[in-house]
Structures are given as structure tokens and as C-alpha cells.
Ligand binder design. Structure first.
Ligand code: FAD
Length: 404
């Protein structure tokens, strides 16, 4: 970091969209800050933030009193403003969440009733559904007209460029392996032996967030489990069958939204992601096993309790991952005219999902604090949509640390 001056020093660990949006908010709130962003990779957004569905969520899925709901609604507004200012394509294409039977229709109606005071949405019948998505099957749908798509990786890279142009520092290819606290300053140790001190450190480590919290002496009570999401790109024939975002009715017992079809901000369309427990937190190739990560998952009691509760859906996901025909069946349920030959695999993403020792999925964002440190421990979807609002919240908490 820069030579010590009277300027307050803030170090942000993690250059995903959450770390970068936090940095952006901090520099706007405290223009005189000496801010450094550090990541173990060679540039921004190389994990979750650059490997997702690109859906700008409207906030329809979340309990209205949750952080997810609050930050998604606010983050959506801030993200749109940022993209408009920065000329980053953000396409409002609308979403239909599709129901096939009475049970699914009732579930969608509950989502509608719980959130229609916050999010513009309407229950529609099959005829109206076909006007919006002529190739979509389904008896009814929940229509969310404001849902949009954007390239979150592009948003993160733009923030990073702006920070660097504004005179702030970025350190790449350094992995935090130790965190020390004293009354005077916070210190991190990197794998290379390099040490950095700061007045405040903000950890936004995504898939490694629980480990960073433990390194700092916190006991976060949750473990991050990695769930790989595989995608297929649609060829131009199949992409024409999709006008916006086509989602299945979500299973209320699971945090993932199900395999869906979505347009891309730069043109074209994709389908995915499934949700398969991964043998490595960053093992994007399904055949690569990371011993440390696998041990961390399988030696954790919460994982086994989670498997016991969800073994049937876990097995289905595994089968769907190994058998393209099953994956295609999930897609064809939504748009029957799509065929296996229309789909080409694209790189997978891996979601960081916090699970407690009882095997319960931690369903909200989780931010922990101790003197001189703020840790974003759980920031799963819709954290890319919500990032600017999470950043706003952390900047406001940071001001208390910096004035202490
Ligand atoms: C398959 C998939 C689909 C998704 N779809 C959507 C969607 O459509 N809409 C939406 O809003 N959200 C979506 N999400 C969620 C969203 O992408 C994530 O919630 C968000 O990107 C999290 O950002 P982050 O900055 O917390 O984490 P990340 O982007 O993972 O960044 C964390 C960073 O920390 C760095 N790091 C970790 N440990 C260390 C260390 N020890 N030292 C130094 N650096 C470290 C990593 O290298 C990484 O760059 C999806 C996620 C996935 C995986």
C-alpha cells in the first residue's frame, strides 16, 4: 500500500462485483480515502461475478423483510443508473415464471401476493403467456416486466478501471493467507510473504469467504458449500424461440431457481444453470477434484445433514449433469421446440452457498464485523444485482469503523 499518511487506509480483499461495488461506494463517500483492492487472480470478476446468468433480478423471489429483498430492490436501481451513465448495455427483456399445474400456479400466486407491493408483476394465463413467449409451454405464469440482463463481468471490470484511473491501487495475484489484528492497525499476510497494513479491511471473498473469516479469528457458524452451475449456449435458431427470461416455478425448499432460459445482454441466449455439489470451490471442470475443498465439505456435519434432507434433488442434479438428455428435458419442458443439437456447453460457474451445521441453507446475505474488519460471508444470488446496494451498506458501516 501507499506510504503512510494521515489519509485513512482501506483494503478490500476480493475483486468480484461485491468488493468492487463496495470500493466504488467508499471512494464516492470518502474521496480522500487511500484505497487498495487485492485479489488472488490476475484481474477482476474471474469467479462468480464473471460466471453467472447475467440476470438483473427484480426482487420477486425474496421474503420482503430480508436483506436480499432490500438490497436487490435498491441495487437494481443503482445498477441501472451506473450502466446508463457508463453506457454498458442493460436490456430490459422481462421474465415469465411458468406454472404447469395447480400446485405451481398456487406457488406463483403466493410470490405475487407477497411481493406485488414491491415489484411490478402480474399473474397471466396461457394465452397472454404465448403473446409474450410464443414458444413457451405452460398453463399460467407470473410476469415480471422489469427483469433485465447485463454482463456483470463488464460492470465489475468498468468499476475496476474507474478506480485505477481515479488513482486507487489494485494488487493482483496475491492470496491472503493470514489476518492479524492489533489496536493500531489490521494486517494481512499473503502467500508470497508480502504483508499489508490498513485501518480497515473489508473481505469480499465469495467462495472463500468463510475461510477468510476464520483466518481473522471469527467463528462464522456457516460453511461455504460450492454448487456448480452448468450452462449451454443456444444456436441462433433456438435463440429466436426466447424473447426474454423463461423460468420454472421455484422449489421453495431450495435456494436455486432452476434451469431457465435467458437472453444475453450482448445478443443470443443460453440455458442453465443446474446446481451440482462441486468437489472444488473453483473446479470449473467437473472432473477436477480439490482435496482441501472436498475434505472441507465432507468433514463438515452440516453437509451430511443437507444431503439427508435433499438427497433426491441432489441425485437428480447429478444425473442431469452427467446426461445431456436430462438437461435438455428440463429446457424442453419450458420451450418444447428446443432440441439437444441446439445446445453447446459454455463455461460453468460455481455458486458459494452458506450452510449451517444443522444442514440448513443460509438464505440471506450475511455480513459480520469486528474491530477494523467487515466480512461479507454469504453473498449468493442476487448479489450481483444487489452489489451496489451491498456496497452502499458496507460504506455506511465503514464510516463507523473509520471514525472510531
Ligand atoms: C452460476 C451462477 C449464476 C448466477 N446468476 C446470477 C444472476 O443471474 N443474477 C445475480 O444477481 N446473481 C447471480 N449469481 C450470483 C452472483 O454472481 C454472486 O452472488 C456475486 O457475483 C458474488 O460476488 P462476490 O464479489 O461476492 O464474489 P466473487 O465474484 O466470487 O469474487 C470473490 C473474489 O474474492 C477473491 N478471493 C477469494 N479468496 C481470496 C484470498 N484468500 N485472497 C485474495 N483474493 C481472494 C476471488 O479471487 C474472487 O475474485 C450467480 C452466481 C452463479 C455462480
Amino acid at each position: 500500500m501507499k506510504a503512510h499518511s494521515s489519509r485513512k487506509r482501506v483494503l478490500i480483499v476480493g475483486a468480484g462485483i461485491v468488493g468492487l461495488a463496495t470500493a466504488w461506494n467508499l471512494t464516492r463517500r470518502f474521496p480522500d480515502l487511500d484505497l487498495t483492492i487485492l485479489d488472488k487472480e490476475s484481474g477482476p470478476a474471474l469467479h462468480q461475478s464473471g460466471r453467472n446468468s447475467g440476470v438483473v433480478h427484480s426482487g420477486i423471489y425474496y421474503q420482503s423483510d430480508s436483506l436480499k429483498s432490500r438490497f436487490c430492490l435498491r441495487g437494481n436501481v443503482l445498477l441501472r443508473e451506473f450502466c446508463l451513465r457508463e453506457n454498458i448495455p442493460l436490456e430490459t427483456c422481462g421474465k415469465v415464471i411458468v406454472a404447469f399445474g395447480d400446485d405451481e400456479t398456487a406457488r406463483l400466486r403466493r410470490l405475487h401476493d407477497n411481493n406485488s407491493h414491491l415489484v411490478s408483476c402480474a399473474m397471466i394465463g396461457g394465452e397472454h403467456l404465448r403473446e409474450l413467449e410464443p414458444h413457451c409451454a405452460g398453463r399460467a405464469a407470473l410476469h415480471v416486466p422489469d427483469a433485465a440482463v447485463v454482463d456483470f463481468g463488464a460492470v465489475a471490470r468498468r468499476i475496476s478501471e474507474k478506480l485505477l484511473r481515479g488513482g486507487h491501487a489494485a494488487i493482483w495475484n496475491e492470496t491472503v493467507v493470514g489476518v492479524e489484528q492489533s489496536a493500531a492497525a489490521q494486517r494481512i499476510r499473503c502467500g508470497s510473504g508480502r504483508e499489508l497494513t490498513s485501518d480497515l479491511i473489508i473481505f469480499c471473498g465469495g467462495l472463500q469467504a468463510d475461510r477468510l473469516a476464520v483466518l481473522a479469528g471469527l467463528n462464522p457458524a456457516v460453511r461455504i458449500l460450492p454448487f456448480r452451475g452448468e450452462y449451454f449456449r443456444l444456436n441462433s435458431r433456438a435463440a429466436q424461440l426466447v424473447n426474454g427470461l423463461i423460468y420454472p416455478a421455484p422449489d421453495p425448499a431450495l435456494p436455486f431457481l432452476g434451469v431457465h432460459l435467458h437472453r444475453l445482454a450482448g445478443g443470443g441466449a443460453e440455458c442453465g444453470p443446474n446446481a451440482v455439489l462441486s468437489f472444488g470451490r473453483e473446479s470449473y471442470d467437473a472432473n477436477v477434484l480439490n482435496m482441501r475443498d472436498a475434505a472441507s465439505t465432507f468433514l463438515f456435519g452440516g453437509s451430511w445433514r443437507l444431503f439427508k434432507r435433499h438427497w433426491r434433488s441432489g441425485l437428480d442434479e447429478l444425473r442431469r449433469s452427467h446426461d445431456k438428455a436430462r438437461f435438455v428435458d428440463s429446457v424442453r419442458r419450458l420451450v418444447p421446440d428446443i432440441a439437444a443439437a441446439d445446445l453447446t456447453p459454455r463455461t460453468a460457474g460455481i455458486r458459494a452457498q452458506a450452510v449451517d451445521k444443522h444442514g440448513r441453507l443460509f438464505n440471506d446475505f450475511l455480513i459480520l464485523e469486528q474491530a477494523g474488519q467487515i466480512h461479507v460471508v454469504n453473498a449468493p444470488s442476487p448479489a450481483a444485482t444487489a452489489a451496489c446496494a451491498i456496497g452502499e451498506e458496507i460504506a455506511s458501516r465503514a464510516s463507523q469503523h473509520l471514525s472510531a
